[in-house]
Design a protein. Structure first.
Length: 147
């Protein structure tokens, strides 16, 4: 199974930014941790990060016909604002899991607006760096069951 892990704006600053909220690990360290934890599974992950809405949309379009079988996406703040990314995700016929390091439901009211998650099969949040691992494991467990 091949999985694309797509990260949105400001996630390149993990490890420096609001450590009390997002933890002290960089995105690269989270990638290494996640890949290490998955070593005994037959799964390959490809990690991308962009700060640009249009680029996220292009990556999602390319993903539709790529070798990747499923998408784990942390859209960052675009989760709460981007109809365009939600529409791009709605065009995807492969499984999508949305993840957030923090529990957005118990933060500011504006983070309770969840647009992109409406196009995902599942949302996993509030487990810190483990949301990526749990998201990928959920795709492995559910392989074949997703629409
Ligand atoms: C985040 C939550 C978003 O509300 C925020 O804008 C982020 C990170 C998370 O992983 O907890 O940038 O997606």
């Amino acid at each position: 199974m091949n999985i694309l892990v797509l990260n949105g704006p400001n996630l390149n600053l993990l490890g420096e930014r609001e450590i009390d909220v997002y933890g002290d690990k960089t995105l690269k360290e989270i990638q290494e941790y996640t890949e290490g934890a998955l070593h005994s599974f037959n799964v390959k992950t490809e990690w991308k990060q962009t700060n640009h809405e249009g680029e996220m949309i292009e990556i999602i379009h390319d993903f539709r016909h790529s070798k990747n079988d499923a998408l784990v996406i942390n859209p960052g703040a675009y989760s709460h604002t981007s109809i365009a990314i939600m529409d791009a995700l709605k065009s995807v016929k492969k499984p999508i899991v949305e993840v957030h390091l923090s529990n957005t439901t118990k933060r500011e009211d504006y983070r309770r607006t969840k647009l992109t998650a409406q196009a995902a099969g599942s949302i996993i949040e509030g487990l810190g760096k483990d949301v990526y691992l749990v998201g990928i494991l959920s795709l492995i467990i559910n392989k074949g069951l997703w629409k």
